[in-house]
Design a protein around this ligand. Structure first.
Ligand code: T1G
Length: 682
């Protein structure tokens, strides 16, 4: 078994311990250790029952995702499962940490499951565009029933041990920190009772009542149509769970395998598996020396109690870090604190927080008027108006107030961080922390590394991201950093294309069907044409509509007309404004385009901008750009993001499409296309 698996016998109880850091994933070595360990303990007559337990941070956390798509080595998991299920001794899974995917499926093959209260179990394969491929879709319904299994498996979320006990997903709780002892005691009781060995696969009472009820699944898919749109896995999961009620176990397993393989070979799953690692790569900065010290952040200051400042503040309150919240006048300060309280009270009203927790978090806020209150904080985050002069003034004053070693961060979404840092005597302590609105919800955090930002400050910013459960991508200074910059060409392309014949509805439908929640014109109407076009002096299409009082949804019309329920319909007025603007610009209509061509026109320029951001060294890697667009702009996850999608389309095709639209592809994109290279395929 090598170092991965060890066996021992204690009072007639065989103990198989798996130790394969970081998460005891079911790699070939782990599968081999399971096969060898169970083989040995089943053959040992002294052993009356077996406990499967893991060392390190967690029970088996699933198949080894890094092995997917590669030639499979080592024993097949189902062969290991057969050894357990055909064995004559009770097997108990002892669970701590997160028993997920194949890990929890291994626990389901065991006869019993014992967990500590802090443990979580679940089947998150849907997040990888897969389904539980080691019997989870056939065994879980036999424990929790069809309806619960549908939610648990298509939801993919881990379930805490206490809730899992209620569901029957585990059979007993062991005392925290005493899992091994608890599991051994549980095994000894089983041996003493000598009861029958009940295998999960033999339980029929929870699935039989659903035989022939195909309407249950149709209704479930209808209810979740919006959430499942564009993904493949949820549909195959529902089919597999239906098979658990319709077919005998072994045939159900065959059906599960068939549905699993369909997903495993899909682009959607490849994209989602890629994304799983991409999210984790963002925190890795190649030229940041290992072991760079991090500064301790015990107290935070936030300047600006508006939408962004309030949301930023909540991130720290949520993890128990006190915040001094600064505004320039009492009314704004009171309003800001009030909004934070309202947000927490709304969460409490939904039962996701207690009233006591609301008060605990609110008590962590120290409202203050004036920057002097920030003299004792370890990190200041400025979230004032997006204007360079104002920001430099704030940083200049902060320089004289903040304590030595305090980190001075700007939430700027666009401006030159180096110029902001130049207003201080400590540019090495200045960094960008660009949150996305609503800042207490959106998981993306762009960490902007200035020319003079110290390694320590960058390391601390990465640690802060992890502490407040944000997904970091590191950006160098550049207009719009990564997400905003890379996504901007989609809007430009939409405004150019709408002059050539395709209507706002045509364009929005194509982008909606590609997978975005809404198209660019519907989004503009939602945000407000007066907001989108703010600050631009040249004549724009939105500007012409604003001149007619067409501000979007809020004024009953923008690119679309809206009824009193804000239901959109094509607008003859907007169509005329578009035609007049096209004429003024000398643009001749080229007529309708296919949805695929519309998608190419709008999204190839995004791929091109991503290549430029890489070429300029603003982003470290292509996958950071994908993470930024997926988390920052809801780019459809099952496409992998613009760079992964560009590789799927084929970079030569992207280059051709850009040229046909009169857009110059950047050098890096042309080189990769010419050499048959890719941004994300290794
Ligand atoms: N395979 C390979 N590596 C994994 C891994 C996995 N399943 N899970 C985590 N890692 C790596 C991760 O890349 C990182 O590496 C390190 O472990 C710590 O992870 C047959 C087909 C377990 C809750 O989907 O949800 O089973 O960056 O930073 O925040 O039906 O990792 O340090 O080099 O996330 O404490 C199903 C995926 C697989 C679980 C821990 N299982 N993992 O979170 O640490 S498919 C999953 C997680 C399957 C079966 C099917 C989380 C975690 P590095 P981390 P964490």
């Amino acid at each position: 078994m090598g170092q991965v698996g060890t066996t021992e016998v204690v009072d007639g109880i065989g103990i198989l311990t798996i130790d394969n850091p970081p998460v005891n994933a079911l790699s070939a070595a782990t599968r081999q250790a399971l096969a060898d360990g169970f083989g040995e303990l089943f053959a040992n007559d002294e052993v009356k029952a077996i406990v499967l337990i893991c060392a390190g941070r967690t029970f088996i956390a699933g198949a080894d995702i890094s092995e997917f798509g590669k030639e499979s080595k080592g024993p097949d998991l189902n062969a290991v499962f057969k050894t357990i299920e055909e064995g004559t001794k009770p097997v108990i899974a002892a669970i701590h940490g997160t028993a997920l995917g194949g890990g929890y499926e291994t626990a389901l093959v065991c006869h019993y499951r014992v967990a500590v209260p802090s443990a979580k179990v679940g089947l998150p394969e849907v997040n990888l565009g897969l389904l539980p491929g080691a019997g989870g879709t056939q065994r879980l319904p036999r424990i929790v029933g069809i309806e619960a299994a549908l939610d648990i498996i298509t939801g993919g979320k881990p379930i805490g041990a206490k809730k899992a006990l209620e569901f029957g997903m585990i059979d007993a709780l062991a005392e925290e920190g005493k899992l091994r002892e608890g599991a051994i005691d549980f095994a000894k009781k089983l041996v003493a009772e000598g009861g029958p060995l009940v295998r999960v696969r033999d339980r029929q009472d929870k699935v039989e009542p659903y035989r022939g009820k195909s309407e249950v699944y149709a209704e479930y898919l209808k209810k979740n149509a919006r959430a499942f749109r564009g993904f493949k896995a949820p549909f195959n999961i529902v089919k597999a769970i239906e098979a658990s009620a319709e077919l005998p176990f072994d045939q159900g397993m065959e059906r599960e395998r068939e549905l699993f393989l369909e997903l495993l070979t899909s682009t959607e799953s490849a994209a989602q598996r890629y994304y799983f690692f991409a999210e984790r790569e963002g925190a890795k900065v190649p030229d940041l020396p290992k072991g760079t010290p991090e500064r301790e952040i015990r107290k935070v200051g936030v300047i600006g109690a508006g939408t962004m400042g309030g949301g930023i503040t909540m991130n720290f309150l949520n993890v128990g870090i006190p915040v001094t919240l600064v505004e320039m006048n009492q009314a704004a300060l009171d309003r800001g604190v009030g909004v934070i309280r309202k947000n927490y009270e709304n969460t409490a009203a939904k039962g996701r927080m207690t009233a006591e927790q609301v008060e605990q978090r609110m008590a962590l806020i120290t409202p203050a008027l004036g920057l002097e209150a920030l003299s004792d904080v370890d990190l200041v985050i400025e979230a004032v108006f997006e204007e360079m002069g104002i920001k430099k003034d704030v940083f200049g004053k902060l320089d004289g107030i903040a304590k030595k070693g305090a980190i001075l961060a700007s939430n700027t979404s666009f401006l030159d961080l180096d110029e902001i840092a130049s207003a201080t005597s400590r540019p090495q302590d200045v960094v960008g922390l660009h949150f996305f609105s609503p800042a207490n919800v959106m998981r993306l955090l762009e960490i902007v590394r200035g020319a003079k930002t110290a390694d320590e400050v960058l390391a601390t910013a990465l640690k802060v991201a992890k502490t407040i459960a944000k997904v970091p991508v590191v950006s160098r200074v550049g207009p719009g950093f990564i997400a905003n910059r890379v996504m901007a060409p989609r809007s430009y392309a939409a405004n150019a294309l709408v002059l050539e014949g395709p209507t706002p509805s045509d364009i929005d439908a194509a982008i909606f069907n590609y997978g975005f929640a809404m198209g660019p014109f519907a989004m503009t109407d939602l945000v407000g044409l007066d907001v989108i076009g703010r600050g631009s002096n040249e004549r724009t299409l939105s500007g012409d509509l604003v001149k007619l009082g067409r501000l979007g949804q809020k004024s009953g019309g923008g690119f679309y007309d809206y009824d009193e329920k804000r239901k959109a319909s094509p607008s003859p007025v907007a169509a005329q404004v578009i035609a007049d603007f096209a004429k003024a610009k000398g643009v001749t209509a080229t007529g309708a385009l296919s949805e695929q061509d519309i998608v190419a026109r709008l999204l190839y320029p995004v791929v091109n901008e991503g290549a430029k951001v890489l070429e300029e060294g603003v982003a470290i890697r292509a996958s950071d750009i994908d993470v930024a667009c997926i988390l920052g702009y809801n780019w459809p996850l099952y496409t992998g993001g613009p760079m992964f999608w560009g590789d799927t389309v084929g970079l030569s095709k992207v280059v051709e499409g850009l040229k046909a639209a009169g857009i110059e592809p950047c050098k890096l994109l042309v080189e990769k296309a010419a050499s048959g290279g890719s941004f994300t395929r290794g």
